[in-house]
Write a protein that binds this ligand. Structure first.
Ligand SMILES: *Cc1c(COP(=O)(O)O)cnc(C)c1O
Length: 341
């Protein structure tokens, strides 16, 4: 099977597993796991932040961050298609007790004008706006990159208003590789940044949060409350360290593969693609052929050995990643062209 459903399906390689076996470990709830500590120091340095905290998943990274920035009843501004709004099981309401205020952004990225319009005035009728949560790259919008200039404007506005900024950077690695803008340059505009190792970086699990020492201390408390305090987890942190050394620059291959696949799909009958949205490793295409639903197309692809996901009723998502090499891309293009070309 050629699996384009997500970059989360990547499996740890033999070399990564061998590196994991050799990890020195300790009790991480006591901050005594040397491999976790090394990973946290290293990522904090990469993002030029004071501190970092290793967590179990991207959802936990975002939710612990939301909780650490807010009080119950406060409001968090995000994009309408944001992961934190759509794909985290309603946790922000359930756990942090905050209200999300979604905005329909351009390619997943709300503008300063949209954001400034919904910041609540000081009046007891309203919830208090506390946090702005951005996503880069944007998953549901198709791996789209948040323009740095707009991030700067939003960040300056947030500072002036006393609002906090959180970045869901599950795929910030992809944004950085695609633009040449460093992780630190992106991170300087946010109070906290979360990143995932289990997507394009190929680790079996693990995410990390970065921010000030004081923020990370609070996050450490909430991580425990959220059930994310784990013990000899250096064995997993080792996979993430391995991924930092070996799997970041290669993301450009995934981006090239996405462009190749998008090109092929764009040439097929019954698919409509927005070329401007193909910026990293995610392709979302609309199925416009009246004979086939998106479900039917996914089924036809599956019968030929290609896995993809439907998005809503009429769209299909393909994600390129390290477990689909060039030969498999060529093979997939051949199959897709023979079915729909
Ligand atoms: C995958 C993802 C996450 C985290 O997902 P988990 O499955 O909880 O690790 C968060 N944000 C974005 C944008 C994602 O794509």
């Amino acid at each position: 099977m050629i699996d384009f459903r997500s970059d989360t399906v990547t499996k740890p390689t033999q070399a990564m597993r061998e590196f994991m076996v050799k990890a020195e470990v300790g009790d991480d709830v006591f901050n005594e796991d040397p491999t976790v500590n090394e990973l946290q120091r290293r990522v904090a340095r990469m993002l030029n932040k004071d501190a970092a905290l290793f967590v179990t998943s991207g959802t936990q990274a975002n939710q612990v961050s939301v909780q650490a920035h807010t009080q119950p009843g406060e409001e968090v501004i995000c994009d309408y298609h944001a992961h934190v709004f759509n794909y985290e099981a309603g946790a922000a309401g359930m756990l942090a007790g905050v209200q999300l205020h979604p905005l329909l952004g351009h390619y997943g990225h709300p503008s300063l004008e949209q954001i400034s319009e919904v910041v609540r005035p000081a009046d007891d009728h309203y919830p208090r706006t506390r946090l702005i949560c951005l996503e880069n790259t944007h998953n549901r919008a198709g791996g789209t990159i948040f323009p740095l200039e707009e991030i700067k404007r939003i960040s300056a506005f947030a500072k002036a208003k006393g609002l906090k900024m959180h970045l869901d950077g599950a795929r910030l690695w992809n944004a950085s590789i695609a633009t040449g803008i460093s992780l630190a340059e992106y991170a300087q505009y946010f109070d906290s940044v979360s990143l995932c190792f289990s997507k394009g970086l190929g680790a079996p699990l693990g995410s990390i949060i970065t921010g000030t020492q004081e923020f990370i201390q609070r996050a450490h408390y909430y991580r425990k409350a959220y059930g994310g305090g784990t013990r000899q987890v250096g064995i997993v942190a080792a996979a993430c360290l391995y991924a930092l050394d070996h799997n970041i620059t290669r993301l450009q291959e995934d981006h090239l593969h996405a462009r190749m696949l998008a090109e092929a799909l764009g040439g097929c009958v019954g698919f409509k693609l927005d070329k401007n949205a193909i910026q990293t490793n995610i392709i979302i295409t609309e199925v416009t052929n009246s004979e086939f639903t998106a479900d039917k197309v996914v089924q036809m692809l599956k019968e030929k050995g290609i896995l993809a996901l439907t998005v809503g009723n009429s769209k299909i998502r393909f994600v390129t990643h390290m477990d689909v090499d060039r030969a498999k891309i060529d093979q997939a293009i051949k199959i897709i062209t023979s079915l729909f070309g």
